[in-house]
Design a protein around this ligand. Structure first.
Ligand SMILES: *Cc1c(COP(=O)(O)O)cnc(C)c1O
Length: 364
């Protein structure tokens, strides 16, 4: 038996007629950048999340950059973010010229450590970027309290947690700005790059709308220096087909995850994902922490089971972060996670046999 880490082909097979029709509709329209399809998905996503505005952009990375720019964050400003996440979170901060201030992650949920966030605030701090890593929300109430006390913005990196909830609210809708990625492997993924910025604040929405198109409201008359970062109509049409299925797909991921967690509970040296109360984990990735990670990865490979390491290097040890002066040992939880975590297959199309086979190999 083979079990890929992710199976986008079987997802496509299940929705092929609707998907092919949607793509054909765009081809027939001759309208490929922004336009009615993008407007429609912006509204549909905003409605789903319960926010007033959605602005489609070219990627999740750009969503973070535009969010920071819209908040006028740049040189001389500090932004607090976790040391353990996908590189784009810190990359965006570096790109706008601001100073990333890293903090460790919580050993249970791998999200930003609250106590360290609190002690990292200085009079230069402008924002916190919590990352809802692997599909589970960070502790948003605690962060909101810190933000309020210190007059900071919260930019949620919701790239991995589309559909997740924190105390009944959708992640991405809780902070000042939410950033989404539609990279194909994300829970809501397009067939290419794409992203969205969501916010309740009309002023921020207007700024982001300008920034994604060269900084102009009126064509050819830029008011600020912007970007070319627009969502295209084909991605919008693809996402419009997928969005109505997202709850069912996320439920499917949760089902697989819970079978794994029950079967692997108490297995020596295997730490299964922690699910916080009041948070709905949507299992973008199902992560095991094991001391002998590389050995397990080899075993899975031999058994033809897909796996991957997210992420083999914490941010503070990455080359572009060198100038910040961090060193090995600064963030022990992040470093340990980088050495010991591994993602195993989790997607709603997995068969019972595949799930049982993965469990057998991990246990064996
Ligand atoms: C995927 C991802 C991004 C970036 O999204 P892209 O669409 O690939 O640019 C940002 N942050 C996190 C946590 C991600 O997982």
């Amino acid at each position: 038996m083979k079990v890929p880490l992710l199976d986008l082909v079987s997802q496509y097979s299940a929705i092929k007629p609707e998907m092919d029709a949607a793509i054909q509709r765009v081809l027939d329209s001759g309208h490929f950048i922004l336009g009615p399809e993008v407007k429609a998905i912006e509204k549909e996503v905003a409605d789903y999340l319960g926010v007033a505005h959605g602005i489609g952009v070219a990627s999740g990375t750009d969503a973070l950059i535009l969010a920071l720019r819209a908040l006028d964050i740049g040189a001389g400003d500090e932004v607090i973010l976790p040391a353990y996440t996908f590189f784009a979170t810190i990359g965006a901060v570096l790109h706008v010229g601001a100073t990333p201030v890293l903090v460790d992650v919580d050993a249970k949920d791998y999200c930003i450590d609250i106590a360290q966030t609190r002690t990292s605030v200085t009079d230069k701090t402008k924002a916190i970027i919590p990352v809802h890593l692997y599909g589970q929300s960070a502790d948003m109430d605690a962060l909101a309290e810190i933000a309020k006390e210190n007059d900071l913005a919260i930019i949620e990196d919701n790239a991995q947690a589309f559909g997740a909830e924190y105390k009944g609210r959708k992640t991405g809708s809780i902070g000042d700005i939410g950033c989404l990625s539609f990279f194909p492997s994300k829970n809501l993924g397009g067939y290419g790059d794409g992203g969205m910025v969501v916010t309740d604040n009309p002023k921020l929405a207007e700024k982001i709308t300008m920034l994604r198109a060269h900084g102009w409201k009126k064509k050819y008359f830029p008011e600020v220096l912007g970007y070319n970062s627009r969502l295209d109509a084909l991605q919008a049409a693809v996402l419009r087909v997928k969005l109505p299925h997202i709850d069912q797909w996320n439920d499917g991921r949760r089902k697989v995850a819970h079978i794994y967690s029950n079967a692997l509970a108490g297995v020596e040296n295997v730490q299964t994902p922690y699910e916080a109360e009041n948070r709905t984990h949507v299992y973008h990735l199902y992560i095991l922490q094991v001391p002998n990670r590389d050995e397990l990865q080899e075993k899975l490979k031999e058994a033809e089971i897909g796996s991957s390491v997210y992420y083999p290097q914490p941010l503070h040890l990455s080359e572009p972060a060198k100038e910040l002066g961090y060193k090995k040992g600064d963030f022990p939880v992040a470093e340990r996670a980088s050495a010991e975590t591994i993602a195993i297959p989790v997607y709603p199309e997995m068969s019972d046999e595949q799930i049982a086979y993965v469990i057998e190999v991990v246990k064996g």
